[in-house]
Design a binder for this molecule. Structure first.
Ligand code: FCB
Length: 454
């Protein structure tokens, strides 16, 4: 099963999850520093203070990727390294670090894919309202301008935001992520200001021309097909509302220039949407060059009018795990066919743009055996099945250009701390030793053959 000649085989990480060095070279505090240090927010009180220490082990990690023939690395820039207070002049030492990273990639023939925002908002901006405030969208465009100015000549792929759904709903709606607010109206305002920030950042980058010659600008959304758990009108309606909150609230403004009316109607008792100003949707829908898609699972939902902790409670729904489906250590159902379904829907309903799967992977209870090997056959099966599903979508006409395994390394899995391991490389945290799992060797093989066996 072959993939196109220039298919981009990559792995992904994010700054706060791997870098550590939170007090070095002028980095300012991020909302995840505050949140993870607050008691009871992250499993076992884990923080990103050290994480995988990639800030100091950069060469080793770059060598690891080179060893496995990885063609592209998706990483994120920590905004508080560039602007410690979220505004004002650039901190040169922060820019220098990413320059080193990008040069190190080029030396190894690895294509950099840069995410400008993977959730580590400068705390100083959160103190002024964070993403509930329009000011943050404007600050984000200024920050983008600094980073683009510094790296646009050597980074081809630019992603404005990672998963604005997670930032808005987990961070401001149900509070399981930083900054930890629990308010539907705040989540809605955050969603809009994230989208606006994306649009303003796009405009900023576009206005710089194309310093690298062939720069590609886009955004990464986490998307999930949604199904009703029972063949009933109430559950079908619940599925429509969840699809609205999770998928269409982001896809429609970016790719169609409008908010979905049923979502606005559903949330009208929570917000008057007065934060949406004339002209915003034109900004949000400025053309992108590619769409990044993170796929982990499908959502099966049923109606539930009670107020619960479920992330879809505000959509009067809750998630149901289908019977008999395999689950990962996160408790997420493994449903590779959902990826085919999702990609075909995007192609049919939203866009013919090139698509990159910017994240896909699974957490397992990995451990090093007495010989020091980490045998993760289940991860191999997971990745294999999802690549097959992606291939099927390509056969159905989807213009899929690349795939990034989440993650290169085990890392700080947000509210789950270090308890959930997603890497194709195992990290022994006490020693920071990297141990490639069986899946890393398998992935190297896939890349080498540019496809799957059989
Ligand atoms: C995604 C995040 C990424 C990682 C994976 C497991 O939602 O973008 O940082 O935590 O989930």
């Amino acid at each position: 099963m072959n993939f196109p000649e220039d298919f981009l085989w990559g792995t992904a990480t994010a700054s706060y999850q791997v870098e550590g060095a939170v007090n070095e070279d002028g980095r300012g505090p991020a909302i995840w520093d505050t949140f993870s240090h607050a008691p009871g927010k992250v499993y076992r009180g884990d923080t990103g203070d050290l994480a995988c220490d990639q800030y100091h082990r950069l060469e080793e990690d770059l060598d690891l990727m080179a060893e496995f023939g990885i063609r592209a690395y998706r990483f994120s820039v920590a905004w508080p390294r560039i602007q410690p207070e979220g505004s004002g002049p650039a901190n040169q030492r922060g820019l220098d670090y990413y320059r080193r990273l990008v040069e190190g990639l080029h030396e190894r023939w690895i294509e950099p894919m840069l995410t400008l925002y993977h959730w580590d908002l400068p705390q100083a901006l959160e103190d002024r309202g964070g993403w509930t405030s329009r000011e943050t969208s404007e600050r984000f465009a200024e920050y983008t301008d600094i980073v683009y100015d510094s790296l646009a000549d050597s980074v081809r792929f630019w992603i404005t935001l990672n998963e604005p759904w997670v930032s808005s709903w987990l961070g401001y709606g149900v509070g399981v992520h930083a900054p930890g607010h629990r308010s539907t109206s705040k989540a809605l305002a955050a969603a809009h200001h994230l989208l606006l920030g994306h649009g303003l950042a796009m405009q900023e980058m576009r206005s710089r021309g194309n310093p690298g010659g062939d720069n590609q600008l886009g955004i990464t959304l986490n998307l999930s097909p949604v199904r009703p758990s029972r063949d009933r009108e109430a559950d079908r309606e619940a599925a429509r509302r969840v699809d609205g909150q999770a998928n269409r609230l982001y896809l429609d403004p970016i790719l169609r220039g409008s908010y979905p009316q049923d979502v606005l109607d559903h949330y009208s008792s929570k917000s008057d949407f007065s934060f949406v100003r004339d002209g915003d949707l034109e900004i949000i829908s400025v053309p992108i060059d590619f769409l990044g898609v993170n796929y982990y699972m499908r959502h099966m939902v049923r109606e539930d009018a009670a107020e619960t902790d479920d992330v879809f409670s505000s959509a009067r729904a809750r998630v149901v795990i289908p019977h008999g489906v395999q689950k990962t250590a996160m408790g997420w159902p493994t449903e590779p066919e959902g990826l085919t379904e999702l990609l075909l829907r995007l192609d049919r309903e939203y866009t013919k743009l090139p698509i990159y799967i910017t994240e896909n992977g699974c957490a397992l209870n990995d451990y090093a055996d007495p010989e020091g090997c980490v045998n993760d056959e289940e991860r191999i099966a997971y990745l294999d099945a999802h690549l097959r599903a992606a291939h099927e979508a390509m056969a159905g006409g989807v213009d899929l250009r690349g795939y990034f395994a989440w993650s290169l390394l085990d890392n700080f899995e947000w509210a789950e701390g270090y308890s959930k391991r997603f890497g194709i490389v195992y990290v022994d945290y006490p020693t920071q030793r990297r141990v490639p799992k069986t899946s890393a060797r398998w992935y190297a093989d896939v890349i080498g053959r540019n496809g799957l066996k059989g």
